[in-house]
Design a protein. Structure first.
Length: 433
């Protein structure tokens, strides 16, 4: 099988003394590509394998019949001998050619994507002066791949519907988009070194890893997250803007949204992907406007810390306003998590003492008023909530305590009387109970 050959080539590459960028390949991706998943509804049980490419799977005969209409035009086993001999520079160039092909992605694209990702990971482990490709050049390639993909979508006559259908029918690509580990080398190493999380690990020890400076998660992250985002939304044909787009209703749109929520909900993921997630807050805002239930579900999966810390000022304020309008439908744990993170955000902004900080935090102080008022006396009974999303790096809890929240709000408020009224209402509720 092609993947057995892939594994053998991987072991040979790791054992050899090849130049940097050709060693250290991760055999994980041979497993990722052949992970069973239905190419119609993306379920993972009771599947039948495509005998031609050995990568596509289908859960029912009808799914096979419907999905195969698109899949058959691209159904072929990857050319392992060709792909695995490419070095990093040639691999990046081939990726650009394939992404820029407006007729659709090539059947070799998923394996090439895996191979280049492996080479990039290996390159990131090499000292800067010994790298075969300069970091600035790799960053440039990452941006260029992203822009090429957007240009290809812009050239499609139907807003990219047929192109996206073909993308999700490409042998092995759904598995890569849904299962590949896109975290940076540093975060992968941290999780391996400290499997129980950062609790008990000194700040000095964590600082040695320089996670903030490791951009290896971004190098292909821009392309991968763009594919996921545009799988969820059909952008406006005029300017390819997500804000003016229409949400897709396809099965792959559902799983792509779930994948993005997973990325947003884990701090080690969104810190690894960094700027490559820049399109996601706008997609979340569009979702909040068009499908509020999906937005609420994402909030309850813990995506708010990412949204609060990764959005621009205007998007952040809009998202918070949607949260306030959705308060009656949020569970108390989610409200507590949002409250704790807004409180943390206000304190951080205040400590920074930058220009216009008062103006920047004012909407968030108002949001805290609304949340506390909505929760009423229940806030005093809140369980400990996590300041950031549940992930490797943040496993410590912080109690949302009304006795600590009130002074913070009063200190940062231009209209403290409104909040005092709300607090008095809470105290009266308690007295009645």
């Amino acid at each position: 099988y092609w993947y057995q050959l892939y594994h053998r080539r991987v072991l040979e590459a790791v054992a050899s003394t090849q130049t940097s960028g050709s060693s250290g390949i991760n055999a994980e991706y041979g497993e990722v590509l052949k992970t069973p998943v239905c190419y119609s509804d993306f379920s993972t049980n009771n599947l039948t394998q495509c005998v031609d490419c050995e990568l596509a799977w289908f859960s029912t005969d009808s799914h096979c019949t419907n999905a195969f209409k698109t899949h058959k035009s691209i159904c072929a086993r990857p050319d392992t001998d060709t792909i695995l001999t490419l070095n990093l520079s040639d691999g990046l160039e081939q990726l650009k050619i394939m992404v820029g092909d407006s007729s659709g992605l090539h059947h070799n694209f998923p394996l090439l994507l895996c191979h280049v990702h492996d080479l990039l990971r290996a390159e990131a482990r090499v000292p800067m002066k010994k790298r075969s490709v300069a970091a600035q050049t790799i960053d440039h390639h990452g941006i260029e791949l992203h822009e090429t993909f957007r240009g290809t979508l812009r050239s499609q006559p139907d807003g990219g519907d047929a192109y996206m259908d073909r993308l999700w029918a490409c042998p092995g690509l759904p598995q890569f988009l849904l299962n590949a580990d896109m975290r940076s080398n540093t975060y992968i190493g941290l999780v391996q070194r400290f499997p129980n999380g950062s609790t008990g690990v000194s700040a000095q020890e964590l600082a040695k890893y320089n996670a903030e400076l490791d951009t290896s998660g971004e190098w292909l992250g821009l392309l991968v997250t763009s594919m996921l985002v545009f799988s969820c939304v059909k952008p406006s044909q005029a300017d390819l803007e997500i804000r003016n787009g229409v949400l897709r209703s396809t099965p792959y749109a559902k799983v792509a949204w779930g994948r993005l929520c997973d990325m947003m909900g884990k701090e080690d993921w969104y810190e690894s992907l960094k700027e490559s997630l820049y399109l996601v807050p706008t997609l979340v805002l569009l979702t909040a406007k068009a499908q509020s239930e999906k937005f609420i579900s994402a909030l309850e999966k813990g995506v708010f810390p990412f949204l609060l810390n990764s959005s621009d000022v205007d998007t952040r304020v809009e998202i918070v306003s949607f949260i306030i309008s959705s308060l009656p439908r949020l569970n108390s744990d989610c409200k507590s998590l949002i409250l704790a993170n807004i409180w943390k955000f206000i304190q951080t902004q205040r400590a920074a003492k930058g220009p216009d900080n008062d103006k920047r935090v004012r909407p968030f102080v108002g949001a805290m008023y609304s949340i506390v008022s909505d929760m009423g006396s229940a806030i005093l009974l809140s369980r400990p909530v996590i300041i950031a999303s549940p992930s490797w790096r943040h496993q410590k809890s912080t109690m949302v305590n009304i006795n600590e929240v009130i002074p913070t709000l009063l200190k940062n408020s231009d209209n403290s009387g409104t909040f005092i009224t709300a607090v008095m209402g809470i105290l009266n509720d308690l007295k009645t109970e």
